[in-house]
Design a protein around this ligand. Structure first.
Ligand code: KG4
Ligand code: ZN
Length: 340
């Protein structure tokens, strides 16, 4: 089966063509992402209206490229998967309407995919050995969740953030250190250049139910303010970055280990943009005692191959209603999928 995937939930427009046979590793025939990072950097965060306008401009170009560069004619596509939510309403709407237009033109079925479910299964694009039951740590700019995943796409959210997401904690801290939005990866690179315990941040809200990064953010901003005079010293900036990275990772790792103690699972996957973080990868591998699967970097961040994958795995032919009226679901908790 050949699935076209379309993703537009936030600030990346993405299109992929995936050949999927449920028993084998899915084969990516084409994938491309048009990133809007430079557009939003000047505003210090994503501007939803600008993002939606960019999706409108980029998606037709990406789809043309997909067909030309893969050498496939549109008639060879069997199914279209599009991100239905969660995400920015206007952005989702552009992707969904674009997908509907293509499906009507080509007489194709359309399947609405939950973006978080896409992240949860993204490692299967690169690591077919990942099998249920597993725990997924989803860490991105918009989401921080620990999800137990059982066979038949059954989900239980064990912990989620009550304020900022882990990626936001990285980005806001990076901003305090003088990096342009989104500075998470640059903060991580600076942190990785040293190994120092000169600065230690408090372990905030460790015992609370969900994740919380707002207390940590306050502690970080106080620490940076106190060190203002010394921030021009590159080593001190790196040592601050190191302390920030350690504290965000500590918070993720502490809760992940706590949930693992209670759950009967055979593997872990860590996914979402923050899963690109090398220190996080190493610490989870060292601490968790189970096989850990990470998507390749291009599949950690928002991408359309993961959307095509979930559509291809879950679509059940004519048993599923034709979604010509697929609605936008800006808030769509992953556990609601258990009842759909
Ligand atoms: O999954 P993603 O592309 O978009 C969302 O769905 O939000 O994640 C982007 C987030 C940003 O906050 C970015 O700073 C963070 O992932 N990120 C990192 C690293 N690379 C990307 N955070 C920490 N370390 C990294 N190496
Ligand atoms: Zn995402």
């Amino acid at each position: 089966m050949i699935v076209l995937g379309i993703e537009s939930s936030c600030d990346e427009s993405a299109v992929a063509l995936l050949e999927i046979d449920r028993t084998q590793k899915p084969k990516i025939l084409f994938e491309a992402i048009a990133s809007q990072v430079d557009l939003h950097a000047q505003y210090g965060g994503v501007v939803p209206e600008l993002a939606a306008r960019e999706h409108l401009r980029s998606l037709p170009i990406l789809l043309d490229r997909a067909l030309v560069e893969s050498g496939l004619s549109a008639s060879k596509i069997d199914l279209v998967g599009v991100t239905q939510g969660p995400g920015l309403k206007g952005c989702l709407l552009i992707g969904i309407e674009f997908a509907k237009g293509f499906c009507i033109g080509q007489n194709l079925p359309l399947y609405g995919v939950n973006h978080i479910e896409g992240h949860i299964h993204a490692a299967k694009l690169d690591e077919p050995a990942l099998k249920e039951p597993f725990i997924a740590l989803v860490v991105s700019g918009g989401h921080t969740e620990i999800v137990r995943v059982r066979a038949n796409y059954e989900y239980a959210v064990l912990s989620r953030t009550i304020d900022d997401a882990a990626g936001e904690a990285f980005d806001k801290s990076a901003n305090l250190l003088g990096f342009e939005y989104p500075g998470g990866a640059r903060l991580a690179a600076l942190a990785d250049s040293v190994d120092s315990s000169r600065f230690i941040l408090p372990k905030v809200m460790r015992e609370s139910e969900g994740f919380s990064f707002s207390g940590l953010k306050t502690a970080i901003s106080l620490l940076i303010r106190r060190q203002k005079e010394t921030l021009s010293d590159e080593t001190i900036r790196a040592e601050l970055a190191f302390a920030i990275q350690e504290s965000i990772i500590d918070s993720l790792l502490y809760k992940l280990k706590r949930e693992l103690e209670k759950e009967q699972v055979t593997a872990i996957t860590v996914t979402g943009g923050v899963a690109c973080n090398k220190r996080l990868r190493q610490k989870i591998k060292d601490a968790c005692g189970l096989p850990v699967y990470f998507p390749n970097v291009e599949h950690c961040v928002d991408n359309a191959a993961m959307i095509a994958l979930v559509a291809g795995l879950k679509y059940k032919g004519s048993s599923h209603k034709m979604e010509s009226d697929l609605e936008v679901l800006p808030r769509w908790p992953v556990e609601q999928l258990n009842f759909s």
